[in-house]
Design a protein around this ligand. Structure first.
Ligand code: AMP
Length: 209
């Protein structure tokens, strides 16, 4: 199956994508993670991307395509795209690239979560520096690997509001785009990690939730 995970920041797309990829042997491509590892460098491309990320804005499409096109071209059946596409232009570019590769998207899974809940989750989100696992409170140390936990710079209140605004303005139009193509499957993103994985697996099994 080839899947796109779509939804507001804080909806749990990354957590679920990693679980499903591990269980089904799919390839994970998360542009947020990809960009975060890129901006730890100090070349001009990295510095430019960092500027947008820290403000809670989207990295411009042209820059984004430069960053991800190499990876998109190597996609084989069985993947999850998490955080890409995020604009209509990116969706069109992706469609073209997949067409050339002869690959189809099976489902676009839309994680539905209201803004208040997304804001609440993001402001209590901590990530392990070592394994990348995400927790919803500061446990000090990662229970999985013992690594130290940190708060992402773009999880500050001001930036969270900006990211939600950007989501509604630039990413939400993709819901209609994929609905028209008969690909959109909506899930409720409230509930335990296991419950939400169950909703996704039910779509993978039955083609619907
Ligand atoms: P995420 O971890 O998916 O919330 O992404 C973190 C930040 O990376 C976003 O707020 C954007 O600044 C940037 N980013 C990630 N994916 C994209 C994308 N597809 N297009 C533009 N910017 C992106």
């Amino acid at each position: 199956m080839n899947l796109i995970f779509l939804g507001p920041p804080g909806a749990g797309k990354g957590t679920q994508a990693k679980i499903i990829c591990q269980e089904f042997g799919y390839t994970y491509l998360g542009t947020g993670d990809l960009l975060r590892s890129l901006v730890s460098r100090s070349d001009p491309l990295a510095l430019k991307a960092k500027e947008f990320m820290e403000k809670g804005e989207l990295v411009p499409d042209s820059l984004m395509v430069e960053i991800v096109s190499g990876q998109l071209k190597t996609l084989k059946n069985g993947f999850i795209l998490d955080g890409f596409p995020r604009t209509l232009e990116q969706a069109q570019i992706l469609e073209e690239m997949l067409k050339e590769l002869g690959i189809q998207i099976d489902h676009v899974i839309y994680f539905h979560l209201d803004d208040a809940e997304a804001e609440n989750r993001l402001s209590n989100r901590y990530q392990c520096k070592n394994c990348g696992n995400i927790y919803n409170s500061n446990l000090g140390q990662c229970p999985k690997c013992g690594g130290s936990l940190f708060r992402r710079k773009d999880d500050e209140p001001e930036t969270i509001r900006k990211r939600l605004e950007v989501y509604h303005l630039q990413t939400a139009p993709l819901l209609e785009y994929y609905e028209r193509r008969g690909k959109l499957k909506r899930i409720d993103a409230q509930g335990s990690v296991e419950e939400i994985s169950g909703r996704i697996k039910s779509i993978l099994r039955n083609g619907k939730n």
